[in-house]
Design a protein. Sequence first.
Length: 157
Amino acid sequence: MTHQEAIIETLHCILTQKDEIVRSFAKGNPFDKLLRSYDEFTSTGLPLYRSKRGKDHYRYSRKAVESKLEPSELYGEHRIPLNIIRQRLLECDRSVDSIKIILESNEVVLITKEEQMLLDAKEPPGLGLRSKMPECGTDRLIFANIEIAEETLKNKL
């Protein structure tokens, strides 16, 4: 079983509990840790985030590649904010297949601090997309014109 499969199974066990238990768990830090863990480790469970190992597993923005910064100096940005992923999980039918589809629809892309500020900052030129998607429904990185470096397109967990 891969690390990601174990996270999916764990979430399934939690999400199929009584609604009162699910609501309580969903409010806490452990739920967020599980969601983050999905992308922070290789399929065999080796740490990726802020690790040199991440360069072969995460996609990078073009500017991040050009910067030649180490993964520890870059920012791991979820294409879909985790609060939205959490909401989608709570609203789905809670099957293993649905959980898998929701988690696989998201990924972490390593971007520069400047790109992160563009996405997160509420004041112009920031886009205020730290915890929401663009109103037009497009991907946050596409909306912010953050290009994925072609040489990292085949990277995967």
